[in-house]
Design a protein around this ligand. Structure first.
Ligand SMILES: [Zn+2]
Length: 465
């Protein structure tokens, strides 16, 4: 009875957020359109954003004119791939010029992110409408592909704000989580004790959807297996925040007895692409994102050839980030999926490499914790590049390339030390090393967190270390 009322109330509440609701119905309706029709809609939305960028975002005006993208009072889309790529360094340098003139008329916020792939934390501006559309509506739509409906029970193994590490949600958040059917489990807290509790909660709440970072889901599966624990089988698992290697997918499917669907997105871009039940790649949310794959010379890769993924989110008007370099790698295919949806597929996504850290008492700290710490919990722009190494159970080394300042003050080092100790333990020594640059792996991947202990590390990497 209460459950039915909760679902009904939540369904009604969703409808009051009109922009997101309208967008959701638009996506539902048009996903079955022909590829050409979808490309037309995408072009229409891209042109709308580009007109806005030309007229209201100072940074783009001369660039559009010089590249010929703006010609005779209109957008020439054939010149789009001539636009310089957007990077975190450009955003930092041109922050004011990238703001839309009409910001005061919009609801917006500072979006802080850790830059998982390259270890470059940064801040940008996001409008709320962007979140409601490319975040909320797209996620609801993608969940619907697997018959997961708003209000269905969901268990979310996610990174929570550090001040909630030992505390709990506010009353308001607890009510909103209850209404939406979502139970959060703290991904920063993966001790044996907490993983046992998480499995107990999984079995008790019996969610239809289990969502989490690849690393955490994998650790939870291994823990259940090695301890012989019975686990509830959700309808589906959605993994994100890292590379879903085939051996991880197999393990998750074996332990949880359900299918695992890979999602691709980020804090900057929200939900960019997701797998359907044909597992033939990830369908790009072509109505909200324009995705390119480019080679090292910045030229578009032919179909099926792997390169860097470049994304333009078509819903952030507050600070349009055109042709944003993700640092992730993948390839595009124009093949049509058997499911009948017309959106193109993104294949072979790799690139975000992070290793888990381990503590002497058996806790596992996912790399995402450090992404959160340096990108969200602390002020950004202090470092332009970072790598965090675990040297021993109680020794962490922060390698950093200083950003705007030469070297942060001792007080900031102390703050970082203190925050790392919250998860790694009070006795953990945290050293700093300031460098000109931090090298990538021979494979070209950048390892944001690296466990150098022989007994530790993560079995996540595919031998590319
Ligand atoms: Zn499909």
């Amino acid at each position: 009875m209460i459950e039915a009322a909760r679902r009904k109330a939540y369904g009604l509440a969703l409808r009051t957020r009109r922009i997101a609701d309208r967008e959701y119905h638009f996506l539902e309706e048009h996903q079955w359109d022909s590829r050409d029709r979808i490309l037309d809609i995408q072009k229409e939305r891209l042109v709308r954003l580009l007109c806005h960028a030309y007229k209201k975002v100072p940074y783009y005006r001369s660039i559009f004119e010089n590249t010929g993208l703006w010609k005779a009072g209109d957008v020439d889309l054939t010149r789009f791939n001539q636009l310089p790529l957007m990077s975190k360094a450009i955003i930092r340098k041109n922050f004011e010029a990238l703001k839309s003139y009409d910001l005061s008329a919009r609801r917006w916020f500072y979006n802080r992110t850790g830059g998982t792939t390259t270890g470059e934390p940064f801040t940008f501006i996001s409008d709320y409408e962007d979140g409601w559309r490319s975040g909320g509506a797209v996620l609801r739509w993608m969940n619907g592909w697997h018959l997961i409906r708003p209000g269905d029970r969901e268990l979310k193994l996610w990174g929570l704000p550090l001040d909630l590490y030992d505390g709990s949600f506010s009353l308001r958040s607890r009510f909103s989580n209850w209404a939406s059917g979502v139970t959060f489990l703290n991904a920063w807290r993966m001790s044996e004790e907490s993983m046992r509790r998480y499995i107990h909660i999984l079995n008790k709440t019996r969610p239809r959807l289990l969502r989490g970072y690849v690393t955490n889901l994998y650790e939870l599966a291994l823990f259940a297996e090695s301890n012989g624990l019975a686990v509830h089988s959700p309808t589906i698992i959605c993994s994100s925040g890292g590379t879903l290697y085939p051996h991880i997918r197999r393990k998750l499917e074996t332990i949880f007895c359900c299918k695992v669907f890979n999602h691709y997105g980020s804090r900057e871009q929200h939900n960019v692409a997701a797998e359907c039940s044909h597992f033939d790649g990830l369908h790009i949310s072509a109505f909200t994102h324009y995705v390119e794959v480019i080679d090292e010379n910045g030229v578009s890769c032919p179909e099926g050839i792997e390169g860097e993924i470049v994304v333009t989110s078509m819903t952030n008007y507050a600070m349009p980030l055109l042709r944003y370099r993700t640092g992730d790698r993948g390839s595009l295919t124009e093949e049509l999926c058997k499911c009948g949806r017309g959106m193109s597929l993104l294949k072979k996504i790799t690139g975000r490499s992070m290793e888990c850290f381990r503590t002497r008492d058996g806790r596992i700290i996912p790399g995402e914790f450090f992404v959160y710490l340096f990108g969200v919990a602390l002020d950004t722009g202090i470092f332009s590049k970072l790598q965090i190494l675990q040297k021993d159970f109680d020794r962490v080394l922060v390698r950093a390339v200083p950003g705007v300042r030469d070297k942060p003050e001792a007080a900031l080092e102390d703050e970082i030390r203190c925050k790392i100790r919250v998860v790694m333990g009070e006795s953990c020594a945290v050293d700093f090393s300031y460098e000109q640059d931090i090298e990538s792996l021979p494979s070209g991947k950048f390892l944001f967190t690296r466990c150098e202990m022989e007994t530790g590390g993560s079995s996540l990497l595919d031998g590319s270390k």
